[in-house]
Design a protein around this ligand. Structure first.
Ligand code: WTA
Length: 654
């Protein structure tokens, strides 16, 4: 192994023993008492604590209306406006010159918006949208990359009560068209193009192709991001964003009072199978929950510089770049581009320069940092960091320790946050000023959340056993339904474990998990990602975690061979592999010890990278096709298509 010696055993151990948050963190934490009992005793009124973080036009009558499950209504009777809660009220409370958004573009390009400046631009944009004909309840599709106009247009929609549907900028024209049609959306906000790794990408041509095939007569607004670098011509029904704003310079728009259960936005899930699901989120419950979890779990304070390095095109960015942080009046950082361009220390350079307090990212990013080496974070002063977060996949203990050691200075608590597009916000995590952390486990459910792990007969499984992760009670951030499809909402999430005749409703997350004696949950991934090895059910995540626990391994994906028994492991290493055989032996040993000889991989394939979707999820289906020498299915969602050929030839060489 080339530079494997560089990995210090202290900083990358596989240790799962529990760790206490440092006293210095506990002293200043937003939440430093265990709220679980209080929440149990006062549920559902306990959720008043979330409601109280917002300013309501009309106060809510009660916290929860559960008359018509599973269509729960949170904060019924309350009315509010999300853009008011993220902007206006902070001006009134003396924070008008405080930075709301600090944006980093390519090549050192930077923009900062104070709350006042953001307020002005959101109002101008809201006025412009009105003039174009957007009315309350019209769905506006936003197809923008990570530029300030993305949160600005979201908040402008919220201001006039028009739900937004943000479509990740990297998705194709066909994906955009499907989502616009499904949401009956007649308005599209997009841009000419954007930069990625220094290259200009044409976004407008994708938008144009989509609009051609959309049923509605679409009105399009185009942000000129690339100027002369990518000249574009506006056709009929197309408007220039800048010109529209100039025409409405300094105009203000009264925020529209929305019912708590009016739709704030619609988000299509990144699912790798089936028709995309249009998850509907409410104005009151969602915003209250995003703010409450951002405060409780991410420990965000108004004076912080907080950075979630996700893309706003997915739910993580909605809840924890835009709505949660801005509702709390903090400074939220957003950046355009990738963590390794122009250099592999781009993120750390930003953390140092902005003195970021709280940093939130995904395990796939952490594993990439591990692979690149500790020298990148180490050459920066990261001492401003107080808390680290992880989301999107299980973070295996080795990556956890590496993250804490080399990014968190060995001190920062880590919150491993489990949640989904459908949950709206974090549902399982330690509360960082209260709970001990156990590397490899997300932690207990948050106060007020009731998790049960069940077998397929809906019987609770014992600690240590794998079960379906279900939520027994509603919570304010939960999806209200799937757009225009209540039936599918019930069928996808509620039917499996509920007993409507007995009045019992239970949300099925689609994930599998295991609890320890303390109720700490280890998430094992999607239920469908379970391999049947000689009649034994083995979770791919569990196998992958065992493999990724081996020193020198950055990331692993396992799939089953079509003959029903063999396990194929695809593995990327931290440095160059010069002794693949030794490494392979250690991988097999780790699997045999941690899971059992039945799960022993038949074949280990080393690859520089694993094939991933644009949202960073490993595309196992593709690896299955490669493994079984099947024709490859749809690869358009891939972020790194070039890797597939390499993997195919590596498999053939086996
Ligand atoms: C997975 C992203 C393990 C899980 C917020 C879930 C996780 C899916 C974790 C939702 C975690 C998310 N540990 N797995 N901390 N967080 N997941 O809708 O399988 O893009 O069901 O929402 O990501 O993905 P989604």
């Amino acid at each position: 192994m080339g530079d494997r010696d560089e990995v210090p055993s202290d900083g990358a151990s596989n240790d799962e023993s529990s760790q206490s948050p440092p006293a210095s963190f506990v002293e200043q934490a937003n939440v430093d008492e265990d709220l679980t009992d209080t929440f149990e005793r006062t549920w559902p009124e306990c959720w008043d604590r979330a409601g109280e973080l917002l300013e309501w036009d009309d106060p809510y009558a009660t916290v929860l209306d559960d008359e018509n499950p599973p269509f729960y209504r949170w904060f019924p009777g309350g009315t509010l406006n999300a853009s008011y809660n993220c902007l206006d009220r902070h001006l009134e409370s003396g924070r008008k010159n405080h930075a709301a958004i600090r944006w980093e573009g390519k090549d050192g390009e930077r923009r900062t918006f104070t709350y006042r400046e953001l307020y002005v631009e959101v109002n101008e944009c809201a006025a412009a949208l009105r003039e174009l004909g957007v009315q309350e309840d019209d769905v506006v599709t936003i197809y923008l990359p990570m530029i300030p106009e993305l949160p600005i247009t979201m908040l402008a929609c919220a201001r006039i009560g028009a739900p937004h549907s943000v479509v990740f900028a990297g998705l194709s024209a066909a994906a955009l068209a499907t989502r616009m049609d499904a949401a009956d959306s007649e308005y599209l906000l997009t841009c000419d193009g954007y930069y990625r790794r220094g290259d200009a990408f044409n976004q407008k041509s994708k938008a144009d192709n989509a609009v051609l095939s959309v049923d509605a007569n679409v009105t399009t607004v185009v942000v000129d991001r690339l100027g002369d670098e990518l000249p574009h011509v506006l056709g009929s029904n197309e408007y220039d964003y800048e010109a529209l704003l100039e025409a409405h310079s300094q105009e203000t728009v009264e925020p529209v009072s929305r019912d708590a259960d009016d739709m704030l936005f619609l988000m299509y899930t990144s699912g790798t199978t089936g028709e995309p699901k249009g998850v509907v989120h409410s104005t009151g419950g969602y915003l209250a929950y995003a703010a409450w979890t951002a405060r409780t779990v991410l420990d965000i304070k108004p004076e912080d510089t907080y950075w979630c390095a996700a893309d706003i095109g997915w739910i993580t960015g909605h809840s924890y770049i835009v709505y949660g942080p801005l509702a709390l009046g903090t400074t939220t950082v957003m950046y355009e581009g990738t963590p390794d361009y122009p250099d592999r220390d781009r993120l750390w350079e930003i953390v140092e320069r902005m003195a970021v307090d709280v940093f939130y990212t995904a395990p796939t990013a952490v594993r990439a940092f591990m692979k690149w080496g500790k020298q990148y974070p180490e050459r920066h002063d990261l001492s401003s960091l107080r808390l680290l977060g992880s989301v999107g996949e299980p973070i295996n203990p080795r990556a956890w320790h590496w993250y804490r050691e080399h990014v968190g200075g060995g001190e920062c608590p880590i919150v491993d946050t489990w949640w989904q597009t459908e949950t709206g916000g974090i549902a399982i995590s330690t509360v960082p000023g209260v709970d001990e952390m156990k590397p490899g486990s997300a932690g207990p459910p948050l106060p007020g959340i009731q998790v049960d792990l069940l077998d397929s007969d809906a019987t609770a499984v014992d600690p240590g056993e794998t079960g379906y992760l279900t939520l027994e009670r509603p919570w304010p951030g939960m999806a209200e339904t799937l757009y225009d499809d209540d039936e599918r909402y019930v069928a996808e999430y509620w039917r499996q474990f509920s007993d409507p005749d007995a009045g019992e409703w239970r949300y099925a997350s689609g994930d599998a998990a295991r609890a320890d004696e303390d109720g700490y949950l280890t998430i094992l991934g999607r239920v469908d990602d379970v391999l049947n090895i000689a009649g034994h059910q083995v979770s791919t995540m569990e196998l992958e975690s065992a493999i990724a626990g081996v020193e020198g391994i950055a990331e692993a994906a396992v799939v089953g061979g079509s003959n029903g028994g063999d396990v194929y492991a695809y593995v990327s290493t931290e440095g160059a592999t010069d002794d693949g055989d030794a490494l392979e032996r250690r991988i097999i040993e780790a699997v045999e010890t941690e899971i059992g000889p039945i799960a022993r991989p038949e074949t280990v394939v080393f690859t520089p990278e694993l094939p991933k979707t644009r949202s960073g999820k490993i595309m196992r289906r593709l690896l299955e096709d490669v493994t079984n020498d099947e024709p490859l299915g749809d690869t358009s969602a891939l972020r790194n298509p070039e890797i597939v050929g390499e993997i195919q030839s590596a498999v053939r060489d086996q």
